[in-house]
Design a protein around this ligand. Structure first.
Ligand SMILES: NC(=O)c1ccc[n+]([C@@H]2O[C@H](COP(=O)([O-])OP(=O)(O)OC[C@H]3O[C@@H](n4cnc5c(N)ncnc54)[C@H](OP(=O)(O)O)[C@@H]3O)[C@@H](O)[C@H]2O)c1
Length: 332
């Protein structure tokens, strides 16, 4: 099969299409013929060697396609079924946190930048019928992360105000849809006036440029004192996020785009009775919840651009530069 096989780390041009051995479904496994894959910030970290993985490896956590072949002992699936892939591997049975063997698809396990992928059958679910293959491929990692952050961790309620940092991001755009569908008022931040305008078109009530002076003060003023929930994928912003919430508010954190180390004052958290909620990806139950929500709601993942797999390097360059709004998709 054709696949993007990462054999060395470095700039986007290390990503090239080559040939790889066709995967064969073992017991309890399925081979999916991928129609589309999508990028995540994690793919950039993998390609640069920031998130180390043994090489060679096929990157990519997100994919949708059709069932190609089925291993022994697998029920409920037929060749040709349109499916979407759950990128959490080995989450285990608990809802509070993943099991020790938890991995994200696409390094060290071969991922979705390929014509075929071999995957445990429990990670293969029906594609939401109203989504195209491109939209379905954009959904899994970012949608799952946003769903768990908002629904399972923050337990958002209708009428609450949610602040989403860096709305250009793939998880951020997904969080905007999920929070709006839950009846929340959404405020967003961005480095780009154009992205703030696009977020307002998608239902954000207000936007703040985080490159300006005192963006925390601006958010607090718009929110009438403080927001109920902050969705923070930036990391370096934790202290600011804590500054944005009302007393008793929740800050959900899952990323370090702006830096992996933070320094915090104790008092704003203790006096403010703030809940700092860590989260990562999501469980199979979270994914089922996401797919059920998508089936009954009217939103679709925001797609920045669609390119053929051969143009994966250009997609990576755009993602790394933060030029995108929503998800970068590759057709296969
Ligand atoms: N733990 C997990 O399970 C998990 C899952 C998914 C993602 N993540 C992490 O979450 C982060 C986002 O992932 P993604 O795939 O959505 O990435 P992405 O699509 O590349 O989004 C990055 C966005 O971050 C925003 N940003 C960067 N610096 C910022 C700052 N100082 N303040 C506010 N926003 C800032 C930018 O928004 P603007 O363009 O609007 O300025 C940029 O577009 C990454 O660090 C990723 O590793 C973790």
């Amino acid at each position: 099969m054709n696949a993007v096989v990462l054999t060395e780390t470095g700039a986007p041009d290390v990503l090239r299409i080559g040939s790889a051995r066709d995967p064969v479904a073992g017991a309890g496994e399925v081979v999916v013929a991928l129609r589309a894959a999508a990028l995540n910030r994690r793919d950039v970290y993998l390609r640069k060697g920031v998130a180390p993985s043994p090489l060679p490896v096929i990157p990519g956590s997100d994919g949708a396609g059709v069932v190609h072949s089925i291993g022994s002992g697998v029920g409920g699936l037929a060749e040709g079924d349109a499916v979407v892939i759950l990128p959490s591997l080995g989450w285990g049975g608990g809802e509070e946190a993943p099991a020790p063997g938890f991995r994200i698809l696409g390094g060290p396990d071969d991922g979705t930048y390929a014509e075929l992928i071999r995957i445990p059958a429990e990670n293969v679910l029906p594609k939401p019928a109203r989504l195209s293959f491109e939209e379905a491929a954009a959904l899994p990692l970012a949608g799952l992360t946003a769903y768990r952050a908002l629904v399972s961790r923050a337990r958002i309620r209708s009428g609450e105000t949610v602040l989403i940092l860096g709305i250009g991001g793939g998880v951020a755009t997904m969080a905007l849809h999920i929070a709006r569908a839950a009846g929340c008022r959404v405020i967003v931040t961005s480095s780009s006036g154009d992205k703030l305008a696009r977020a307002r078109d998608l239902g954000a009530a207000a936007g703040v440029d985080y490159t300006g002076d005192d963006w925390v003060g601006a958010v607090r003023e718009i929110a009438g004192g403080g927001v109920d929930v902050v969705i923070d994928s930036v990391g370096s912003t934790w202290a600011d996020s804590i500054g944005c919430v009302r007393p008793g508010g929740r800050v959900v954190v899952f990323g370090g785009t702006g830096g992996a180390k933070v320094e915090l004052m104790v008092r704003p958290v203790t006096m403010g009775q703030v809940s700092l909620l860590g989260t990562t990806m999501g469980s199979p139950r979270d994914f089922t919840g996401l797919l059920a929500a998508v089936a009954h709601q009217s939103w679709a993942p925001v797609i920045d651009s669609v390119r053929p797999l051969a143009e994966v390097a250009a997609a990576h360059a755009r993602e790394e530069a933060g030029e995108h709004f929503g998800k970068l998709v590759l057709t296969i």
